[in-house]
Design a protein. Structure first.
Length: 88
C-alpha cells in the first residue's frame, strides 16, 4: 500500500540493509542480527503537522457530538461530564 507507515518502515529497513550489509553476522541466517528502528526513526515516520483542536465552548452542551472531536478532546469532555453528573 502506497504512502503508509508500513511502506516507510519497509523502505527504511531496506535502505539500511543495503548500506549496512557488512554489519550482519555471517553464518547461520536464523541467528542473524536484524535491523532495528530507533525511537527517532519511528518518530520521524509518524511526524505530522500539529493538529489544531476545534474551538470548543468552555461548557460544552450535552448536544455536542463527541464523534466530531479529536479522541483526546472527546475523552476529556466525556470525563468532565461524568464528573459533573456524579457531583449532582
Amino acid at each position: 500500500v502506497k504512502d503508509t507507515v508500513e511502506e516507510s518502515i519497509y523502505k527504511l529497513n531496506r535502505s539500511r540493509s543495503k548500506s549496512n550489509h557488512h554489519s550482519f553476522i555471517n553464518g547461520n541466517t536464523k541467528n542473524q542480527d536484524q535491523p532495528v528502528l530507533t525511537l527517532k526513526d519511528v518518530e520521524s515516520l509518524l511526524a505530522r503537522a500539529p493538529l489544531t483542536a476545534p474551538e470548543i465552548d468552555e461548557n460544552p452542551t450535552t448536544n455536542t457530538n463527541l464523534r466530531d472531536l479529536p479522541p483526546s478532546v472527546a475523552a476529556a469532555i466525556a470525563a468532565e461530564r461524568r464528573h459533573n453528573e456524579q457531583r449532582t
